[in-house]
Design a protein around this ligand. Structure first.
Ligand code: ZN
Length: 593
């Protein structure tokens, strides 16, 4: 058995995938939200019996190696090394050696950052060099356990400490500069970026150090920036990393929610208070990429950002991003007297645990925001408030909830409910004309695709998709299928599928569009569990396709009738009317009335 097979024997797909994605049981299999495409209902599944993964949405699939390659952006060889390490399987010498020589730039950068993290940690433990820092951390309730969990360290106050250390280890000036540890200088020598600073390594979700957030040491040069971060580098992309995710991911899964805070120290303090499902954003607001990473662990986001102007803006932006990505989002408000979570935890650790559980709905948050910003006693203020909030209320899907918030708004700005409802209808109408609201538009790849494409085209794709997947089961149905229901282009594709004349070009085309089966979640599940018969599904789609084609004809006739009436051409109008009635009857029969 070769190394690849050995690794596969020792690590199931479910175990590996489960480290990245929240898996739910579905019979003997598992399902999850796909980490590779944006979706609201799971179409990603892990087949435990046959030990493979597959996504019905984006049609990716494979074994443990292809999963790791895809999710971590590795080549096969890198994936093999990683999984061999994980399963304690020794790779044949030559395989290991090749890898050392062919280390990518990225891997080298990771090595350098791992070494420097160890060095910084040693300085923090040093009896004299790290003394002041250790005392400071103790005051901030950052104990030994947390220092070790978060790999906190100290960069001494020297110009070329880490640089020299790494040079002695054989790394080149460029390789070191690539990690952001040194500042390159064209005239003269490079020097250490981080001097006399507390080092908080930024660790990615797989446990690899990708950069640092460095706080000025207490009593150090307080005039300089309080925090210096690793600049964007080969391995550090601040829009794709979440501080604390690595240490918090188990808790995030267990609690099925994540608390998003602003500062790294807030994350550590939070762990001290036993609130471990926490991450910090490294930018101003949550990025789309960050939300997509979080989505692999939970659907529920609780935002607890600073209460200042910038923090409030970041909250609004983050809410939007979360909603667009189909996440559930709520807000945690800190009591007014408290500046940040770090401070809160120092004095009343238990209190943070309680506060972190008290969330308010997003809409309530927007209410508070809008009323704080505008004067609700003044006409202009009322108008602004109504405009801002109705714009949000219109997106609430549940009518009872919607009417609840309208009533609330009406009471608070003292404007009659009826007036607000009227305005709301106008806002919603506008939304219908444009297509759909922005949030809805962006909310899901599938929905957008669907709204852009005529319904018939989507049905045709479904039909082709079904046929391609279940060609044997459907051979009888296909024989009696009236291909005229399809567009000319799809007729050709259908013919080729039927004669199994699938060349590379068609294959690509099918992969791109036609074969993406856009069934709802229930159907995908049904196929997986053999509850849905492809034949029944085939007939469903065809009857929808027929209805759709009748609808199109009926619409055309209706327009012609209108024209005829405008021209006072009663005879034509009469004939058209008859035609229309025949179609309407056929449509009713199709629908089973
Ligand atoms: Zn997918």
């Amino acid at each position: 058995m070769d190394a690849k097979e050995q690794v596969k024997e020792n690590l199931t797909v479910a175990d590996l995938v489960g480290e990245y994605v929240k898996l739910d049981k579905a019979g003997i299999n598992h399902k999850a939200l796909c980490p590779f495409h944006n979706e609201k209902t799971p179409s990603f599944m892990v087949n435990t019996e046959r030990n493979f993964w597959y996504c019905f949405g984006c049609q990716r699939g494979g074994d443990i190696f292809s999963f790791l390659m895809e999710i971590e952006g590795l080549d096969f060889h890198q994936a093999l090394i990683r999984l061999a390490e994980k399963t304690n399987i020794e790779l044949p010498k030559f395989q290991g050696k090749v890898s050392v020589e062919n280390r990518t730039k990225k891997q080298k950068a990771s090595e350098i950052l791992e070494i420097s993290t160890k060095v910084y940690s040693k300085y923090l433990k040093h009896p004299e060099i790290g003394k002041v820092i250790r005392e400071y951390l103790k005051k901030r309730k950052i104990d030994k356990q947390l220092i070790s969990d978060f790999r906190i360290g100290y960069a001494p106050n020297e110009w070329r400490k880490i640089l020299k250390y790494l040079r002695n280890k054989g790394y080149s000036i460029t390789e070191i500069a690539d990690t952001g540890l040194s500042v390159p200088k064209e005239s003269g020598e490079d020097y250490d970026r981080f001097r006399d600073r507390i080092m908080f390594p930024v660790i990615n979700e797989t446990g690899i150090v990708v950069g640092y957030s460095a706080r000025v040491a207490p009593g150090g040069d307080e005039k300089s920036a309080k925090y210096i971060n690793t600049p964007q580098s080969l391995v550090y992309d601040k829009s794709r990393v979440l501080y604390g995710l690595y240490q918090g991911k188990a808790a995030i899964r267990k609690e099925d929610s994540v608390v998003v805070v602003e500062g790294n120290v807030d994350v550590i303090a939070s762990h001290y208070a036993e609130v471990k499902n926490v991450v910090a954003i490294s930018g101003t607001a949550l990025s789309v990429e960050q939300v997509r990473i979080l989505k692999r662990y939970t659907q529920n986001v609780k935002l607890c950002l600073d209460a200042d102007e910038a923090g409030r803006k970041a909250t609004s932006r983050s809410i939007q991003t979360c909603l667009q990505e189909g996440m559930e989002v709520e807000v945690i408000l800190l009591p007014k007297r408290i500046k940040d979570i770090g401070d809160l935890v120092i004095d009343e650790a238990k209190n943070w645990k309680n506060i972190s559980k008290k969330t308010i709905p997003v809409i309530k948050y927007f209410f508070e925001e809008s009323f704080a910003k505008n004067d609700s006693n003044d006409v202009r203020g009322k108008k602004n408030i109504a405009k801002e909030l109705l714009n949000i209320i219109k997106d609430i899907a549940d009518p009872i909830e919607q009417s609840y918030w309208i009533k609330k708004l009406s009471l608070k700005i003292d404007i009659e409910e009826e007036v607000l409802t009227n305005v709301l209808e106008k806002v919603s109408l506008k939304k219908d004309i444009v297509g759909s609201s922005r949030i809805e538009q962006l909310s899901q790849e599938n929905t957008t695709e669907r709204s852009n494409k005529p319904k018939g085209a989507v049905l045709e794709e479904r039909l082709l998709g079904l046929f391609a997947l279940f060609s044997e089961e459907l051979s009888g149905e296909v024989k009696i299928f009236n291909t005229e229901l399809l567009s000319e282009e799809n007729q050709k594709i259908f013919q080729k599928l039927k004669t199994k004349d699938v060349d590379d070009e068609l294959n690509q085309q099918l992969n791109k569009s036609a074969l993406r089966i856009k069934y709802s979640h229930d159907k995908v599940q049904g196929f997986i569990e053999n509850e849905i018969d492809p034949k029944i599904e085939w007939n469903n789609v065809i009857s929808n396709l027929e209805t759709e084609s009748i609808d199109r004809k009926m619409n055309l006739i209706k327009k012609d009738i209108q024209k005829a009436e405008e021209l006072d051409d009663d005879a034509s109008a009469e004939i058209l009317q008859q035609e229309w009635t025949i179609l309407a009857e056929r449509r009713q029969k199709l629908k089973g009335f």
